[in-house]
Design a protein around this ligand. Sequence first.
Ligand code: ADP
Ligand code: SF4
Length: 684
Amino acid sequence: MSRDPKYDILFEPVPIGPVIAKNRFYQVPHCNVLGHGRPRAEAENRRIKAEGGWAVVCTQEVEIHPSAELTPSVEGRLWDDRDIPAHRLMTDAVHEHGSLAGIELAYNALHTINLYSRIAPISPSATVVHGNFPMQARGMSHKDIRDLRQWHIDAAKRSVQAGYDIVYVYAGHDMSIFQYFLKPQYNQRSDEYGGSLENRVRLLREVLIDTREAVGDKCAVALRFAVDELRGADGLQAECEGRDVIGMLAELPDLWDVNISGWDNDSATARFEPIEGFQEPYTAFVKSLTSKPVVGVGRFTSADAMVSQIKRGVLDLIGAARPSIADPFLPRKIEQGRLEDIRECIGCNICVAQDNMCGPIRCTQNPTQGEEWKRDWHPENIEPAVSSDAVLVVGAGPAGLECAMQLANRGYPVTLAEAKETLGGRVTLESQLPGMASYARVRDYRESQIVRQPDMQIYRDNMLSSGDILELEIPHVILATGSEWRRDGVGRAHAFAVDGIESVAVLTPDDILSGTKPNGRVLIYDDDHYYMGGALAERCRQDNLPVCLVTPDSKVSSWTEYTLEQEKIQARLLSLDVELIVSHELLNVTQGAATLANVYDKNRRVEIAFDTLIMVTSRQSNDALYEELSAYSDKFKTLLCIGDCLAPGTVAAAVYDGHLAARNLESEIDFYAPLFRREMPGLE
Ligand code: ADP
Ligand code: SF4
């Protein structure tokens, strides 16, 4: 197959200063927390993107000096020459496929607390550091400014030695010193670096010039710049400073990499920015002010949307972080005319959550992400089947679908049985929630793949019993039968059922998503803390029902802080007039009334009336079938339980489990043994 000519424009080369991107697909810098601690994994992660067709593959943030280091996170590091060989691994890997390697030099200043180096952070003016760490940053002297410039020059020179083709000056995400100089909030200096915008932009201008001199004429200089902070007059705005800064520096960098700030806006989830290309309203003006190429992002996964960006003169290069994580082979698939094979990002920010938890990258759609070196997993290739044995997969949720798809890719004859008419399990249900339609992509991608497999039999509307399964006499049986939300309130706050709950007609998320309508005044008790409680509250408000959401945590949907959604969720619920009661647990219930106790002082109590009680606390595995079949384990070569049926968790965890089971079928690997490669510290 070859590509549709209407996409030819995406494969035109683009000069970036002295180097040439072979096409318009550009993996912008993004974190993966492999970094300096796992350099081989880092190199393989980026190599695979180059193999997948990205013309430019960039690093994550790379610390240039110990006075702004990101411990406990493990991002890039280029403090001195000893860090160069680790970067060489990455640039060589990217060059293997004819792609350019870019490095994002970062000096995070206020965004760091230097847990490793213990150096007091610096800032344009003395101020508090980000987060609530009890530490302040000291204001910079002129010597500090000279030192910072020198550190950046040294790092730029080392970047060239390490083989990079594009060196970044970073001024975005509310995470970079050069952006802090632009912001009056942090820059209250009275010298030539403070006051007017001309003064506040001075350091950025100097560093761009320094960097160009440092890298010489073989390497391009990129400026990553946030044009708008989406804070109105309280922050930088595209219509004011954003436009002015681009006007002032228009021709200085070889490439403008533009986006919006902070990270929660740049990497907005699909729940809050459902439309592809959502940054266009902010960044579209940039090209009118510079002759240099412009790259921008917007969760681009459709080739038509990309072509439209280029043809309408919005962007020259299609930037991607998350779409390149979900499908490292996205460019190659467009080139080969295989659009239906693209694994589209669902905008869930599980990848972002991993970074915020300082864990190596993972992705809901792409279970091989972060496992490329560690387990030698490739997103497009899988080991052939060991035998021609048949496999039965029971349950077609994320775990079952991924498992069945990969087993078929290996060449096993697969029977997939699903109790419902529609495949997808929980993602089919949850994609009905407000803003979560994109979760259906987890099903759609896999369903579209498996229906084309000749050796795949799909039985819908087929609830299998243990007797049915024994009768089939299939040697390998994998149970992906999912989980159910509990009704009794057991969760984090309650190890045992809530007092009185057995006498009350309780609804669960499963009931609501299967069509049961709540009525009257709705009380949602959320002891789960991810998206479900908040999303159900939103859904009930769409039906005009009065809603009160109670949670033992001090914020609603508190785990979504990691996915950068928490503030947006709380603000949305408030705007919808959802009554929020935080730091309270459910002490007891009777029909129509609940007693809540303050979690810090159980004697402080509140009575609250309800017509419908929805419990969102924890889930129970549907493992009865597995238990029954375990009594006949001698009848099977494989009997496995995977996904939520094994241990309820995220959709990402279920997909991963399905993938792992498929990879390991008939292998010698003990399913639960941590048999993956580790990178050991080099002892100098
Ligand atoms: P996971 O996230 O682990 O994939 P889900 O709950 O999303 O779990 O999916 C489990 C799927 O298994 C659901 O679609 C459910 O209808 C199906 N299922 C559960 N029990 C059976 C069974 N005995 N036979 C066939 N399908 C089943
Ligand atoms: Fe997209 Fe979610 Fe994967 Fe991140 S984890 S790349 S948001 S699908």
